[in-house]
Design a protein around this ligand. Structure first.
Ligand code: NAD
Length: 479
C-alpha cells in the first residue's frame, strides 16, 4: 500500500515534477523516511490549473448535477470501503492513533455523501418585482478552486472543502501539506478508478512558498480555500489580492473551554481531556485554554491531571490514546512553549517532555500548565500540541472577559447545568461555534469557521456551498 515514491497527479495521470526533484515524508513515530514525494514547482502548478480549467469548461460542466452527485456518492462509498488503507496511511504519515484516523476517514466519506446530496438541490431564487418583471438568480460554480491544506487532518480537510466544490460543479487543485501528502494522493487513484473525468481533481505536492505560493497567486484560479496558520493566511490574503480572488481562511485558534462549578464534573473532566489531547492537541478547535470557576479549580485540575497521566502515549499503529506530534519542528515548538509557560510563572502539573520509554519519535506527554495568567504568551498564542493552559475565573463576567481576550475566535466550550450561564455566554463569546456540555459537538452538517484572526468564511454544512458558487441575477422586463 505504501509506495516508495509518489508523483504528481495532474489531468488524471501520474506525472513527474518538471524539476525532477523530490522531498521526503517522515513517520513521526519512528523518524524514519516513509516515501519520496515529487516536489512540484510553478510549472507543475500551471499545468494542474490548466488541466482543472479544461475539465471545468469541458467534461465536468457537461454532467448533470445528479450525475455529479452519483460520482460523489460512489466516492463516499469507496472511501468507506477503503477505510483501512486510508487510515493506515494517515497514521503512518501524521502519527495520529489508528482509531482516530479511521474516524477521520469516515468523516471524509460523510463530507462527500453530504455534499453529493446537495449537488442537485442547491439552486437560485425567483424574486418578486411586480407584474412587469420576471427576476431570478442562478447559482453558478466559480470555476477552478485551489485548496491549500494543513497536516493535522490531511484527508479530512480535503473532504471538507473539495466535496462542496465538486458538488457545485467546480474543479480542484489541491496542495497538501508537505508533512502529510499520502492520503491526498491515494484519493486521486480512487477517483480515477471511479471514472471522475481527468482534471477534476489534481494534486500538486510540494513546499508552501513554492507550490502553494504559485497556486495562490495564479491568475487562472477562481477561489482559494486555505486552512492553516494565521501567518500563512495573511500571505494568502495578500496573494489573493493580486488578481482579486475570493478566499476562505480557516486559521488557528486558542479556544476557551469554560467549566462552571455546577457542571457535571466527571463529564467535564473527560471532555476537557478530549478537547486538548485528541490528535495530540493538533486541532484548530482544540480546547487549549481551560477556564475553571475558582471554587472547583483545585479539584478539577487534580482529576484532570490524573487522567492525563494515565493516558497511553505511543505509535499511532498501536492505537494509543495519543500519538506523537507531526514533525521535529512541531516537537521543538511545543517543548519551547512549555518552557516559556514556566518562565512566565505557570506551574507544570504533569507532562512537559517526551515520555521516558521513547528514545525517538516526536512524543510529548499530555501536559498541563496551571496558574496561567491571561496576558501571557501561553494563554494568547496557539501552541498546537498536547498542552493545556489553566486559568481561573470568579464569575460569568470574568469568564467572558478572559474568553474574548485573545486575537482568535474559532470555537468555545461551556460546561454548566445552568441554561442562563450557557446561553448568555454562548451569545456573547466571539467565536464561530459554541459547544455546550460536549466538546467538539456538531458534525459535517454544522457550519464552522472563525471570528477575528481565526479567519472568515464558513465550511461544513450548507453554508460551505456559498464559497463555491457565484450568484447571478437575471432581470427580465416583460413587454
Ligand atoms: P501552515 O500555514 O504552515 O501550512 C498550511 C498549508 O499552507 C501547507 O500546505 C503549507 O505548505 C502551505 N503554505 C505554507 N506557506 C505558504 C505560502 N507562502 N503560500 C501558500 N501556501 C503556503 O499551517 P500548518 O502548520 O500546516 O497547520 C497548522 C495550522 O493550521 C494551525 O494554526 C491550525 O490551527 C490551523 N488549522 C486550522 C483549521 C481550521 O479549520 N480553522 C484546521 C486545521 C488547521
Amino acid at each position: 500500500m505504501l509506495k516508495q515514491s509518489y508523483q504528481l497527479f495532474i489531468n488524471g495521470e501520474w506525472v513527474p515534477s518538471r524539476s525532477g526533484q523530490w522531498f521526503e515524508t517522515v513517520n513521526p513515530a519512528t523518524e524514519e523516511v516513509l516515501a519520496q514525494i515529487a516536489r512540484g514547482n510553478k510549472d507543475d502548478v500551471h499545468e494542474a490549473v490548466a488541466a482543472a480549467r479544461q475539465a471545468f469548461t469541458g467534461p465536468w460542466s457537461q454532467l448533470k448535477p445528479k450525475e455529479r452527485a452519483r460520482l460523489l456518492f460512489d466516492l463516499a462509498r469507496a472511501i468507506e470501503q477503503q477505510i483501512e488503507p486510508l487510515a493506515h496511511l494517515e497514521t503512518l504519515d501524521s502519527g495520529k492513533p489508528l482509531p482516530l484516523a479511521r474516524k477521520e476517514v469516515l468523516s471524509t466519506a460523510r463530507y462527500f455523501e453530504y455534499y453529493a446530496g446537495a449537488a442537485d438541490k442547491f439552486h437560485g431564487d425567483s424574486i418578486p418585482l411586480g407584474p412587469d418583471y420576471v427576476d431570478f438568480t442562478l447559482r453558478e460554480p466559480v470555476g477552478v478552486t485551489a485548496h491549500i491544506v494543513p497536516w493535522n487532518m490531511p484527508l479530512n480537510m480535503i473532504g471538507r472543502s473539495v466535496a462542496p466544490a465538486l458538488a457545485t460543479g467546480n474543479t480542484a487543485v489541491v496542495k497538501p501539506a508537505e508533512q502529510t501528502p499520502l492520503t491526498a494522493l491515494y484519493l486521486a487513484d480512487m477517483m480515477n478508478d471511479l471514472g471522475f473525468p481527468a482534471g477534476v481533481y489534481n494534486v500538486v505536492t510540494g513546499y508552501g512558498e513554492e507550490a502553494g505560493g504559485t497556486l495562490s497567486t495564479h491568475p487562472d484560479i477562481d477561489s482559494i480555500t486555505f486552512t492553516g496558520s494565521v501567518e500563512t493566511g495573511r500571505r494568502i490574503m495578500h496573494a489573493a489580492a493580486t488578481h482579486i480572488k475570493p478566499v476562505v481562511l480557516e486559521l488557528g485558534g486558542k479556544s476557551p473551554n469554560i467549566i462552571f462549578a455546577d457542571a457535571d464534573l466527571e463529564i467535564a473532566v473527560a471532555e476537557a481531556a478530549k478537547g486538548i489531547y485528541a490528535n495530540s492537541g493538533q486541532i484548530c478547535s482544540a480546547g487549549s485554554r481551560l477556564l475553571v470557576e475558582k471554587r472547583v479549580k483545585e479539584e478539577f485540575v487534580a482529576r484532570l491531571s490524573q487522567r492525563a497521566a494515565q493516558m497511553r502515549v505511543g505509535p499511532g499503529l498501536d492505537s494509543p490514546d495519543m500519538g506523537p506530534v507531526v514533525s521535529q519542528e512541531q516537537y521543538e515548538r511545543v517543548l519551547d512553549y512549555i518552557q516559556i509557560g514556566q518562565q512566565e510563572g505557570a506551574a507544570l502539573v504533569t507532562g512537559g517532555q517526551r515520555p521516558a520509554q521513547f528514545e525517538r519519535g516526536y512524543f510529548i506527554a499530555p501536559t498541563i500548565l496551571d496558574g496561567v495568567r491571561p496576558q501571557t504568551r501561553v494563554a494568547q498564542e496557539e501552541i498546537f500540541g498536547p498542552v493545556l493552559t489553566v486559568l481561573t475565573f470568579e464569575d460569568e463576567e470574568e469568564a467572558l472577559h478572559i474568553a474574548n481576550g485573545v486575537n482568535y475566535g474559532l470555537v468555545a466550550g461551556i460546561f454548566t447545568n445552568n441554561i442562563n450561564h450557557a446561553l448568555r455566554l454562548a451569545t456573547r463569546i466571539k467565536a464561530g461555534q459554541i459547544y455546550i456540555n460536549e466538546y467538539f459537538a456538531g458534525g459535517e452538517e454544522t457550519p464552522f469557521g472563525g471570528y477575528k484572526q481565526s479567519g472568515f468564511g464558513r465550511e461544513k454544512g450548507l453554508d460551505a456551498l456559498h464559497n463555491y458558487t457565484q450568484v447571478k441575477n437575471i432581470a427580465i422586463r416583460l413587454r
